[in-house]
Design a protein around this ligand. Sequence first.
Ligand code: ADP
Ligand code: MG
Length: 322
Amino acid sequence: DHVANQIAAGEVVQRPASVIKELLENSIDAKAGKIQVIIKDAGKTLIQIIDNGVGMSNTDSRMSFERHATSKIKIADDLFSLKTKGFRGEALASIAAIAHVELKTKHEDDEIGSCIKVEGSKVVAQDPCVTPKGTCISVKNLFYNIPARRNFLKSDNVESRHIIDEFQRVALAHPDISFSLIHNSSELFQLPASNYRQRITNIFGGKTNEKLVPVEEETEIVKISGFVGKPEFAKKSRGEQFFFVNDRFIKSPYLNHAVQASFEGLLKDRSYPSYFLYLNVDPKSIDINIHPTKTEIKFDDEHSLYAILKSAIKHSLGQFNV
Ligand code: ADP
Ligand code: MG
């Protein structure tokens, strides 16, 4: 079982950034309004996430490290609606198989919280503790027991770039939640709860605001909102391009092509417009479970989606006379 845990861990956890993604999603599922991320040495030494969400009872806190101990699928139907981000019940079990994990949590209905330490899937301590409502989870010494994986990690610069990418994606998807990120005691982000436009500006800098053109469209199969960057601000690289489907960041070369096509005639050669596009679709019309890291997605009707997206952006660009 220990070996099974380690193997499964490799699927879910490729690098420190994957741990951060899973933990952030758990905090969001727990309805946190404020989430703090603290890392040391690009997450190789420490990843700590503190949230003010619903927390866990004493029993649930211990259960949470067992594989498929998800509290999120209550009826089979839920599998098709997936209103929460987690649905495999693998993340905590996987992380605990390959790191030193300390969990402090208190459910809102409880007087006293619990503190659990898990090392390589073994619970090494469990005690009651005084802690605020919510959850604080510390993941230390990632891959301490898999030297090959640990050695395979890239430089701190590269790993922290991956962390920042993951953090930004989650923060852009949830502007109503306040987020902060501290790396080796320096504060990289301090994002107050706000709206989409303000969140984008807080992440990408004060000047972003005047570069954005709003995109809005609603049809039977999709509701689109968000922003595209004006063509004159298009970049030489693809840095600021984001799709979110039902509040999850996703990669879609196909939809990316639709955006690029909607700028036809407006861009210089080999330049890429910024975009922050939020698509809402019926959860039954997508399949997210094609990869454990959940950044790829299959749409039932991607041709229609392509056409709707392209025309919505064209319309916005036309309206704003760019
Ligand atoms: P999943 O998210 O797929 O359910 P995880 O392994 O990520 O699986 O988490 C297992 C369970 O632990 C969750 O279903 C949830 O009940 C609980 N949990 C994890 N993180 C938190 C958190 N930050 N706040 C409250 N509960 C949490
Ligand atoms: Mg989860």
